[in-house]
Ligand binder design. Structure first.
Ligand SMILES: NC(=O)c1ccc[n+]([C@@H]2O[C@H](COP(=O)([O-])OP(=O)(O)OC[C@H]3O[C@@H](n4cnc5c(N)ncnc54)[C@H](OP(=O)(O)O)[C@@H]3O)[C@@H](O)[C@H]2O)c1
Length: 164
């Protein structure tokens, strides 16, 4: 199964200056719970933003990095040059597409599941959620997480499955 996992503001912003524009530890924790032990596919810029934040690749996960650079080095990770090459590497195992904008856009036609944290704010940013036709997706789970001392915004957490 190919799952897109993404957090987006009400105005569809997902990033700013190669960072996530909000502080929602609950969402990070959920991302960690869902993805640990599995494969995360991400663009080179998202990978570098993760390294800047936590000092290395996502631990306890296979990190597959997509770049056009043929000589890109990412120790402990699998580096590929296209979506098709990523699909060859994962050989049908469950994967989580973990951003950013470019990689979500290329994954969208292939994804079976969309895990969306809708962050209730109008955000400034420079990367966006690709346009999603929600008529192709069935909502199978929804919950609300209210803001608290650690999590700065209310969110709606949603899981969609593709309609076939
Ligand atoms: N809110 C969320 O859930 C979430 C999740 C993840 C990331 N983000 C945010 O998203 C932003 C990063 O996203 P982004 O769109 O700028 O970058 P990105 O998708 O992470 O990475 C873009 C890079 O991917 C490679 N790439 C793109 N298309 C390709 C193709 N067709 N073939 C081969 N390689 C290709 C290129 O790498 P090279 O330049 O090396 O060739 C390109 O520069 C950051 O702000 C990050 O914080 C948000």
């Amino acid at each position: 199964m190919i799952s897109i996992i993404v957090a987006a503001s009400d105005n569809d912003i997902i990033g700013r200056s190669n960072k996530i524009p909000w502080n929602l530890p609950r969402d990070f924790k959920n991302f960690k719970t869902l993805t640990t032990g599995h494969t995360c596919i991400m663009g080179r810029k998202t990978f570098e933003s993760i390294v800047a934040r936590i000092g290395g690749p996502l631990p306890k996960r296979k990190n597959v990095i997509i770049t056009r650079q043929v000589d890109y080095k990412a120790p402990g990770c699998v580096v590929v040059n296209s979506w098709d090459e990523a699909m060859d590497v994962i050989k049908g195992e469950d994967v989580f597409v973990s951003g950013g904008e470019a990689i979500y856009a290329m994954a969208l036609p292939h994804a079976d599941r969309l895990i969306l944290t809708r962050v209730h704010t109008q955000s400034d940013g420079d990367v966006r959620l690709p346009i999603i036709d929600f008529s192709n997706w069935r909502l199978i789970h929804e919950e609300q997480w209210l803001k608290d001392k650690k999590n700065e915004y209310d969110v709606i957490y949603q899981i969609y499955e593709r309609r076939h």
